[in-house]
Design a protein around this ligand. Structure first.
Ligand code: MGD
Ligand code: MGD
Ligand code: SF4
Ligand code: MO
Length: 702
């Protein structure tokens, strides 16, 4: 029996750790995975691995994972041939568009769409042909405020400055828990060691979070903040920097700083303190500490973008780095120079060119906010959505008011899912097309090299051969494109394989044919542990894509949003606010079907401060009813000193006890869905991003 060692990047989360995977050919000719370990020779991830990567072998062997197209007939699923499936899609979608117009077909693309490069290169080959304005994705339950802010300030939604974790002296994290998430919009494998290294070289780590998270627990300082009120804290910080003359000049061309200074003159630490629940002295001292550090980073993630003032938060984060001279500076925040550069090769994007039909929510980059999806299906009238395509997504569990979305899915004329599970969402599909599993296709990270804390690049071959009769995601989209073009009489331009596109991207990129590196697919193949292209360096001045080629510190639509912030009603006394959390053994909604990850004590309880429990006469471990405007769930409550009083925490992605879900292990430990409580009307109305954090709830004994 022959054994082989493979070197391969993990693309389950944003950290892109290098793995060493041993496979063995069995007597019957099949290949089995023997072990999955961190790759010590990857100079970026340095051997780091987390439990999810070990579960790649469970994804591979999971009997619940679909391996052939499945068509639903009533509540029954029947296998059908690929060609028949493609023909069915072309027939149904072209017919629905002919009857009801192009916008009658909606598209939702989930999170793995940006992790699986074949979906990045080819999903639009088919989806683009549909020419629908009803495009949605997980972006608007996640990082839309980051893109909008970069689009407005730097001229490109992907030009996002990344924390220079390895060189900074002071790191201020708001609403991110990299010890659980392994970093986000900050590709930083081995993050715990890197954060502790800041402290070892005499620097400081400060975490702002309504929960004393795993990251807060290792920090030098943890500040509790009232959920959804980080903008108040950030205004207080920025105002203090101006008022106490703690600013530093920048080498960058910048327009609008004085306008900002005037606009926020009233937002002092003292006036902001009651809103965010952080003492004014703490706010002022934090501003002084930040400004006094030689280099410093302010970083705000999930917890501060998925809230009512998500865009204000991301803008304020940028401004704090900017006015302290830490934007585009070693030890501050810096933009990457990736080998395949989506910033260079795409235009800066657009915002609010059209709006959603029912609620008038703004488009960004051709997508509408997913909070509008259910109402676009449920509200009759011209332009009503009648069909849906989901790609690598589970919006029933991951978007606000999942129960309303279920109702909407139930009424569709046709639904197609490209996914390998029959889960809470895909059970409504008429047809499921399953792609190959992660280790069965090759990988180049088009997305997360762009957000990495060093300039890195790597290409890896598939670890396992593609089983007979299966297709990669990209091949499914090519086949769909051909079937649809044939049906509608469209002339389809030829395409090439993802790896060929990457080869071109590499060779035309800044490390390509015209550089000393001469990177190409062939040269990356010779470096399966990845290539380090050096530390991030200042480059923003040359990369700005704004009309004036200057940083726009005071975009008009953001300044206009200050009014909404000033007028926000105060929280009601005694109200509990719901927030989310992540765990290192879980990955959004889809990795609960692997025994290795879910074994042991449940990790999906509602966490609540002991004082809040006592006040309601509740006990640790009891089952409780949690109610919001939109729904009610039952869940076990756990007393936790980690929680700020008045705040409860529930992870999303659970709630597998829905009828028809065919994920046997997940169904045994179902948990409840946080998004049966989150409210599709609670938004960062500027961007349309969902406000998943800070949802008012009542909790009582079940
Ligand atoms: N309350 C609350 N809600 C949240 C969040 C929160 O913090 N709190 N987080 C939000 C965030 S940040 C995100 S990104 C979203 C995620 O939301 P979604 O992207 O909608 O959901 P996932 O759970 O990532 O589901 C991924 C789906 O893709 C499938 N899949 C996995 N790999 C592949 C592949 O290679 N190809 C294909 N075709 N399918 C694949 C899986 O089977 C699964 O069905 O959830 C959001 N929702
Ligand atoms: N293990 C694991 N890793 C993952 C994922 C996963 O599901 N599991 N998902 C991946 C995805 S899609 C993403 S987008 C990233 C997200 O990565 P992160 O942004 O690091 O997300 P979380 O770990 O959810 O951390 C969010 C933190 O925000 C806090 N928070 C909630 N509300 C507020 C608030 O109002 N203000 C402040 N200041 N803090 C608040 C929460 O308590 C929590 O500690 O993680 C990725 N990595
Ligand atoms: S942290 Fe875990 S899931 Fe994320 S890339 Fe690394 S090994 Fe994979
Ligand atoms: Mo995400």
């Amino acid at each position: 029996m022959s054994k082989t060692l493979h070197h391969r990047a993990c693309h389950l989360c944003e950290a892109i750790c290098g793995l060493t995977i041993e496979t063995e050919v069995q007597d019957d000719g099949s290949t089995q995975i023997r072990s999955i370990k961190g790759d010590a020779q990857d100079t970026f991830s340095r051997g780091h691995i987390c439990p999810k990567a070990v579960a790649l072998q469970d994804i591979q062997s999971d009997p619940d994972r679909l391996r052939q197209p499945m068509r639903r007939v009533g509540t029954e699923w029947q296998a059908i041939a690929w060609d028949e499936a493609f023909e069915l899609v072309a027939e149904r979608l072209s017919e629905i568009q002919a009857r009801h117009g192009q916008n009658a077909v909606a598209i939702y693309q989930g999170n793995p769409s940006v992790h699986n490069y074949g979906l990045m290169t080819h999903s639009n080959y088919f989806l683009g042909q549909l020419k629908t304005r009803n495009r949605y994705s997980a972006t608007s339950v996640d990082q839309l405020p980051h893109h909008l802010t970069s689009h407005l300030m730097y001229g490109h939604g992907l030009l996002i400055p990344i924390p220079d974790v390895d060189h900074t002296d002071f790191m201020l994290i708001l609403g991110g828990n990299p010890l659980a998430s392994n970093g986000s919009i900050m590709t930083v494998p081995d993050v715990e060691k890197r954060l502790k290294a800041i402290q070892k070289r005499g620097g400081k780590l400060v975490v702002v979070d309504p929960r004393r998270s795993e990251t807060a627990a290792i920090a030098d300082q943890h500040v509790f903040v009232r959920p959804g009120q980080d903008a108040a804290l950030l205004f207080g910080l920025l105002n203090t920097l101006f008022e106490e003359h703690l600013t530093r000049s920048s080498h960058l061309p910048i327009e609008g700083v004085d306008e900002v200074r005037q606009a926020i003159a009233g937002f002092t630490a003292e006036t902001m303190s009651p809103r965010c629940g952080v003492p004014a002295d703490t706010i002022r001292q934090l501003a002084r500490d930040f400004a006094a550090a030689d280099t410093a980073v302010c970083y705000g993630r999930m917890g501060v973008s998925t809230q009512a003032f998500g865009t204000l938060c991301q803008w304020l984060v940028q401004l704090i780095n900017l006015v302290t001279g830490n934007l585009d500076r070693v030890g501050g925040v810096l933009c990457t120079e990736p080998a395949v550069d989506l910033v260079a090769s795409t235009s800066g994007g657009h915002f609010n060119r059209w709006q959603s039909r029912v609620s008038g929510l703004p488009e960004y980059g051709g997508e509408l906010p997913v909070s509008a999806l259910a109402e676009e299906m449920l509200t009759p009238g011209e332009g009503q959505v009648r069909a849906l395509i989901t790609v690598a997504g589970n919006p029933v569990l991951s978007t606000p008011n999942g129960r309303k979305l279920e109702q909407a899915l139930d009424g569709l004329e046709f639904m197609l899912s490209v996914d390998f599970y029959i889960n809470e969402t895909t059970r409504y599909a008429d047809l499921i097309l399953p792609p190959t599993a992660p280790l069965e296709h090759d990988h180049y990270d088009t997305t997360f090299n762009l957000f990495a804390v060093r300039n890195v690049t790597r290409f890896n071959e598939a670890v396992l051969a593609k089983p007979q009769g299966t297709l990669h995601d990209w091949e499914i989209f090519v086949a769909l494109a051909k079937a649809f073009a044939a049906k509608t009489g469209v002339d389809l331009k030829p395409t090439m394989a993802p790896e060929q596109m990457i080869d071109m991207g590499l060779r035309f990129g800044s490390y390509g044919d015209k550089s000393e590196h001469k990177l190409s697919l062939a040269s990356l193949r010779e470096h399966p542990h990845g290539l380090d292209l050096g530390a991030l360096k200042p480059n923003l001045a040359g990369r700005l894509k704004t009309a004036t080629k200057a940083v726009q510190a005071a975009p008009g639509i953001i300044l206009a949003d200050l009014q909404r912030f000033a007028e926000q009603p105060q929280a009601r006394a005694g109200e509990l606010l719901l927030i989310g959390r992540r765990h290192v053994r879980s990955n959004n909604s889809w990795m609960h079907n692997y025994h290795r990850l879910v074994k042991g004590k449940p990790r999906h309880q509602l966490l609540m401060n002991p004082a809040d429990l006592a006040q309601r006469g509740l006990a640790d471990g009891q089952r409780v009813r949690v109610q919001s405007r939109v729904g009610v769930i039952e869940v076990e409550v756990a007393a936790s000193e980690e929680m700020m009083a008045g705040v409860v925490s529930l992870p999303h992605g659970w709630g597998h006890a829905r009828p028809g879900v065919q994920m046997s292990i997940a169904s045994e430990q179902p948990g409840a869905s946080a998004n049966d409580l989150t409210d599709e009307r609670q938004l960062d109305s500027l961007s349309g991003n969902a406000a998943l954090n800070g949802v008012p709830v009542q909790v009582e004994a079940a």
